[in-house]
Ligand binder design. Structure first.
Ligand SMILES: [Fe+2]
Ligand SMILES: [Fe+2]
Length: 167
C-alpha cells in the first residue's frame, strides 16, 4: 500500500516518461528529414526504452493496488537547428528527468516508503547511464565538427573498442 502523495508523484513521473518517449519519437522524424538514418534508428530505440520506463511505473502502481492515471501528453518539439542541437536537447532533458527522479526518491524516503525507494533505485542508476551516453554523443558530435581527423579517430576508437578480454 502506498500513500496518496506517493501515488500521485509516481503517476506524474509515469506521464513524464511517456512524454520522453514522445520527444524521442519526434527526434528521429527530424533525423529522417535530414537523411541521418542511423541517428533516427538510435533515437527510435531510445523512444521504446522510455515507453518501457513509463510501463515500469504503470506496473508498479498496479502491483501496489494504486490507480494508474494517464494524462494528455504535451506535443513535443518537431524541429531542431541541426543534429547536435537535438542531442543537446536530449541531454538537457535527461538532466531534468534525473532531478525529478531524485525528488521522487526523497519523497519516498521522507514517507519511509521502502518499497518505493527500492523500486526507484533502478531509475537512479539508469539516469547515470542515460546522462553518460547522451553527453558522450554530444561530445563526439562537437569534436567531429571542430577537428580535422576526428572521424578517423572515431573509427580507430571503434576498432580498439572491439578488443576482447586478455587470455
Ligand atoms: Fe526514462
Ligand atoms: Fe531517459
Amino acid at each position: 500500500m502506498i500513500k496518496d502523495n506517493v501515488r500521485d508523484a509516481l503517476n506524474a513521473q509515469m506521464n513524464r516518461e511517456f512524454f520522453s518517449s514522445f520527444l524521442y519519437l519526434s527526434m528521429p522524424a527530424y533525423f529522417e528529414s535530414v537523411n541521418l538514418r542511423g541517428f533516427a534508428r538510435w533515437m527510435q530505440v531510445q523512444a521504446q526504452e522510455e515507453h518501457g520506463h513509463g510501463m515500469k511505473f504503470y506496473g508498479y502502481l498496479v502491483e501496489q493496488g494504486a490507480r494508474v492515471a494517464l494524462e494528455a501528453i504535451e506535443a513535443p518539439q518537431t524541429e531542431w537547428t541541426n543534429p547536435l542541437a537535438a542531442f543537446e536537447h536530449a541531454l538537457g532533458h535527461e538532466q531534468k528527468v534525473t532531478a525529478r527522479i531524485h525528488d521522487l526518491m526523497e519523497l519516498a524516503m521522507s514517507e519511509m516508503d521502502h518499497a518505493t525507494s527500492g523500486f526507484l533505485q533502478w531509475f537512479v542508476s539508469e539516469q547515470v547511464e542515460e546522462e553518460a551516453v547522451a553527453s558522450e554523443i554530444v561530445f563526439k558530435m562537437k569534436l567531429a565538427s571542430a577537428e580535422k581527423g576526428a572521424v578517423l579517430l572515431y573509427l580507430l576508437d571503434h576498432e580498439l573498442g572491439k578488443r576482447g578480454k586478455s587470455a
